[in-house]
Design a protein around this ligand. Structure first.
Ligand SMILES: NC(=O)c1ccc[n+]([C@@H]2O[C@H](COP(=O)([O-])OP(=O)(O)OC[C@H]3O[C@@H](n4cnc5c(N)ncnc54)[C@H](OP(=O)(O)O)[C@@H]3O)[C@@H](O)[C@H]2O)c1
Length: 336
C-alpha cells in the first residue's frame, strides 16, 4: 500500500511528516499487562509496521503497564525521535490493583519528568491530564500543564475524559486543545464531542474505538467469557451487559457482507461521525493493525479522481452511503 501522496481529509494537530496524522497508535495493551499476554518482539514489530505504514503519532501513559508501554516505545522508535509525535499522560497511578487519581500540580510535574526518562527524550510532544482528579480543582491541574509547556518540557498540553461542562468551562475558545474522548458505537460521547466542537475548543482524539476488543474480530468480541482472570477489561461494564451482547449479535450478522474487517469498518464509522479529529486504536498484533488499515484502500479509491483530496464532510457522506442502511442504522442505534 502506498499512501505517500494521499491527501488526508482530517486536520492534523501537528502533521509533520505523517502520512496518516489522524490515525494514532495506542500502546496501552502493548505493555503486556491487563490485556492478556503480549510478546515483546511482536509488540516492537507492530510499532515498526505502524512506522512503515506512515503512522507517526504514538499514544502512551506512565500508568500503562507500570511504565512498560513508554519504555517499549523508546526502544522501538530509537533513532526516530525528531520524526515522531509522542503523546503521554499523567494523573493516574496504581495502588496495588486499584487505580488512583493524583493530578496535583507537583505530581503532574513529577509524572512528566518520569515519562521523559522512560521515553528517553528531553521533551514530550503532548502531555495530557489522564482524567480530572475529583480532589483537585481542574483549573489547578491544567495550570500545571501550561507551566510545563511554558518551560519547554512539553510542546502541547491536553486533557482526557472531561464532561461537556468541564469542556465549556476549562478549554478556551478557538484553542483546539487535544482531548481524549471515549467514543464508539457501544459507548457514545456525542454531547462531549459537541461541546468541544462549539467554538473550536477541542481537538478530539477518540480512544478505545473498538470498546477494548468487543467491536473487533478476536475472541474478545465474544465478551466476558473470553477474558482471562487478570484481564483489566473485566472491569468494563460493556463486557457485562446483556443489551450489549444482543447488539453485538446483530452487528456481527450485518458486517460480513462488506468484505472489510470490523476494525476498519468502525474506523470508517468514526471518521463519518461529527467531531472526530483523530482515532487512537490499540492493536496487539500486526494482523490487528492490518485490519485497521484495511479501510485505507477504500478511502484511496474514493480519492482516486479527486486531485485536491476529499474534504471531511464529503468523505463522511460517502461513508454513510457506502454502509448498508440497516448496518448504518444499527451502528447509530445504541443507547446503553
Ligand atoms: N485517555 C484515556 O483515558 C484512554 C483510555 C483508554 C485508552 N486510551 C488510549 O487509546 C488506545 C486504544 O484504546 P484500547 O486499547 O482501550 O481499546 P481498543 O483499541 O478499543 O481495543 C484494543 C483491543 O481490541 C482487541 N482488538 C481486536 N481486533 C483489533 C484490531 N483490529 N485493532 C485493534 N484492537 C483489536 C485487542 O485485544 P485482544 O487481542 O485481546 O482481543 C486490543 O488490545 C490505548 O492504547 C490508549 O493509548 C486512552
Amino acid at each position: 500500500m502506498n499512501n505517500a501522496k494521499r491527501p488526508h481529509p482530517y486536520q492534523p494537530l501537528d502533521g509533520g511528516a505523517a502520512r496518516l496524522p489522524w490515525l494514532w497508535l495506542g500502546t496501552w495493551s502493548l505493555g503486556g499487562e491487563g490485556f492478556g499476554r503480549v510478546d515483546a518482539d511482536e509488540a516492537r514489530n507492530l510499532i515498526a509496521l505502524a512506522w512503515r505504514e506512515g503512522i507517526r503519532h504514538f499514544d502512551t501513559a506512565g500508568f500503562y503497564a507500570h511504565g512498560k508501554s513508554e519504555r517499549l516505545l523508546a526502544t522501538a522508535l530509537k533513532g526516530h525521535r525528531k520524526e515522531v509525535f509522542l503523546s503521554t499522560k499523567g494523573g493516574l497511578c496504581w495502588q496495588g490493583r486499584e487505580v488512583r487519581h493524583d493530578a496535583r500540580p507537583e505530581t503532574l510535574r513529577k509524572a512528566c519528568i518520569e515519562s521523559m526518562q522512560r521515553l528517553a527524550t528531553d521533551y514530550i510532544d503532548l502531555f495530557q491530564l489522564h482524567w480530572p482528579d475529583p480532589s483537585v480543582p481542574l483549573a489547578e491541574s491544567i495550570d500545571a500543564l501550561r507551566i510545563l509547556q511554558h518551560e519547554g518540557m512539553i510542546r502541547y498540553w491536553g486533557v482526557g475524559n472531561l464532561d461537556p461542562e468541564q469542556v465549556r468551562t476549562h478549554l478556551p475558545e478557538g484553542a483546539r486543545i487535544p482531548h481524549q474522548v471515549h467514543h464508539n458505537p457501544l459507548y457514545r460521547s456525542d454531547a462531549t464531542l459537541q461541546a468541544g466542537r462549539e467554538n473550536e475548543r477541542a481537538y478530539h482524539c477518540i480512544v478505545s474505538p473498538l470498546e477494548q476488543g468487543l467491536l473487533g474480530q478476536s475472541k474478545t468480541s465474544r465478551g466476558f467469557e473470553a477474558l482471562g482472570k487478570r484481564d483489566i477489561r473485566r472491569r468494563n461494564p460493556c463486557f457485562h451487559s446483556a443489551a450489549v451482547v444482543d447488539w453485538l449479535r446483530v452487528f456481527q450478522s450485518l458486517s460480513p457482507s462488506l468484505e472489510l474487517p470490523r476494525a476498519g469498518l468502525i474506523t470508517l464509522w468514526l471518521l463519518a461521525s461529527d467531531g472526530v479529529d483523530a482515532v487512537v486504536p490499540g492493536p496487539k498484533s500486526k494482523a490487528q493493525l492490518r485490519e485497521l488499515l484495511a479501510h485505507l484502500e477504500w478511502i484511496g479509491a474514493q480519492e482516486k479522481n479527486e486531485s485536491g483530496g476529499i474534504e471531511c464532510a464529503a468523505l463522511a457522506r460517502r461513508i454513510e452511503a457506502f454502509l448498508p442502511r440497516q448496518l448504518w442504522r444499527h451502528l447509530n442505534s445504541t443507547s446503553f
